[in-house]
Ligand binder design. Structure first.
Ligand code: SAM
Length: 242
């Protein structure tokens, strides 16, 4: 983490070669909540991987300007892109997964409707999850805003892992095999976790037919959100990111 305080989030269209413009809620947060003043250092991310060290040079009634001192790429990001495909669960638990998953470096969240899902998220929920991801990015020192969408096209990727009990094969083992198969470091990994009711037999058969790799997360049946975080952490460990 570059600095031990929260980054500010400014959309790319408000950033020029040498200036960053804060307005709206980010301006409010900067000046009213954090009480920043002209001359203060402020770190800014734009959600596309750019990280700017800036110094405030102007504060007006509705906006502030920061002068860019240094620009860096992909601060706080993993070398491997990780997608988390989560069978939709109760929304507060989904909120939790989005927040924690963002902190752990997930690049893209895909809430997936599976056979045993009991909830269907509205468009408003997607907006809420995007907001939660944005706040988590600022707080944890990342520079890329993860996507939250329901297009599972990443599942065509060859490096897909799904968590389903009773296989007695761990994450590390599966990732080592995938790395050997590719004969180079993995660029992207998709992780799939079931909803509270788990995956149906048909879904498991389908996953196996598509060449997805099944992993076991231990002897106990974990709640979906515990499983998601466990699978993420074990993946980070296996690819050398923790
Ligand atoms: N009754 C369901 C079943 O037996 O599959 C339980 C589902 S569990 C509450 C929700 C999801 O978490 C599962 O679909 C799976 O993806 C993951 N999960 C939980 N415990 C696991 C374990 N010990 N090994 C692998 N995956 C697990």
């Amino acid at each position: 983490v570059e600095e031990h305080f929260e980054n500010f989030f400014v959309e790319p269209d408000k950033i020029s070669v040498d200036r960053v413009r804060f307005d709206g809620s980010e301006f409010h947060h900067l000046v009213k909540v954090k009480r920043k003043a002209v001359g203060d250092q402020v770190n800014v991310v734009d959600g596309t991987g750019n990280f700017y060290s800036t110094r405030l040079i102007e504060i007006k009634s509705g906006h502030a300007i920061g002068e860019i001192a240094k620009k860096q790429r992909r601060v706080g990001e993993l070398a491997v892109s990780i997608q988390l495909v989560q069978g939709v669960i109760r929304h507060q638990r989904m909120d939790w997964i989005i927040e924690k998953g963002t902190e752990l470096g997930v690049d893209r969240f895909i809430p997936l409707q599976t056979e045993y899902c009991q909830f269907r998220p509205s468009e408003l929920k997607f907006q809420r999850w995007k907001r939660l991801a944005r706040n988590a990015v600022k707080q944890c020192g990342r520079s890329v805003l993860p996507k939250v969408d329901d297009l599972p096209d990443c599942l065509r990727s060859s490096s897909v892992i799904f968590a389903h009990p009773l296989k007695h094969v761990g994450v590390k083992n599966v990732i080592e095999k995938m790395q050997q198969k590719h004969q180079q470091p993995l660029q992207s990994i998709s992780l799939i976790v079931g909803p509270e009711g788990g995956f149906s037999d048909t879904e498991v058969e389908q996953f196996l037919r598509w060449g997805y790799n099944q992993v076991d997360l231990g002897q106990r049946r974990l709640r979906a959100e515990t499983a998601a975080i466990t699978l993420l952490v074990l993946t980070l460990e296996a690819i050398g990111e923790v």
